[in-house]
Every structure is written in C-alpha cells, then in structure tokens.
Design a protein. Structure first.
Length: 123
C-alpha cells in the first residue's frame, strides 16, 4: 500500500463498515441475505396411554388444535417432533378434546384465560 508504513512485526488489518445493508457490485445493487436462525428438533411427549387422540398446540402453530397430531408408541407414550428456533414457547396438549393444563414437574405460565400453559425453552 502506498503512503502507509507498517512497522515490522506488526499486523495490519483494515476494517470497513458497510454504509447500509445494500452493497454495490459492478453497478448493481445486492441485498445481503439475512441468516435464518438455526432450527432445532424438539420432541414433545405425553404419557397418558388411555388417551384416544392427542394434539400439540402452542405459540408455534397459533394454538391450532388439529395441525400437530401426536403418535402413540408401543409403550403408550404420545410423541411428536417439531422444528423450533431458539426461544421460549408456551404450549398445551389437547387430549380427547380437553386441554391439558398441568404436568408434574413442568414449567407453567398463567394465560389471559385464567388457566395455565406449559412452557418449554429451546436453546
């Protein structure tokens, strides 16, 4: 580089801050792609073998009681795996047309309807 003297043994790096999210390349405007948060597979389980049908509903599916049906394994445990980005999510199980508001040992949160939602954290 002309006009710049770097002392021997010193490292030189040049930091350039972008003017905006747009970059110009050969006269064309290019937008930087936003990176999607990493989705993680989360398994939800519900241990009530006598249930006839169980659905998972929560903030991640707009509380839709039909869109996430769970499957019962040979041991009678209802399971479903879904992809979620890191964060805190409130949810409930909807078993045989009844909301399940409490599970032993599960984190809970009060909701505006005077009932409880279950809480899970995705890291």
């Amino acid at each position: 580089m002309r006009g710049l003297t770097i002392p021997k043994g010193k490292k030189y790096s040049k930091m350039v801050e972008p003017e905006s999210k747009k970059m110009k390349s050969k006269g064309k405007s290019i937008r930087k792609k936003k990176e999607k948060p990493v989705e993680k597979t989360v398994e939800f389980t519900f241990g009530v073998p006598d249930a006839k049908e169980v659905f998972l509903a929560g903030e991640f599916n707009n509380w839709d009681t039909l869109s996430l049906p769970m499957k019962k394994d040979k041991k009678g445990i209802w399971k479903i795996k879904i992809k979620l980005t890191p964060g805190r999510y409130e949810y409930k199980f909807f078993a045989d047309n009844v909301w399940v508001e409490s599970l032993p040992g599960a984190e809970k949160s009060s909701n505006p309807f005077g009932t409880q939602n279950l809480v899970t954290w995705v890291k």
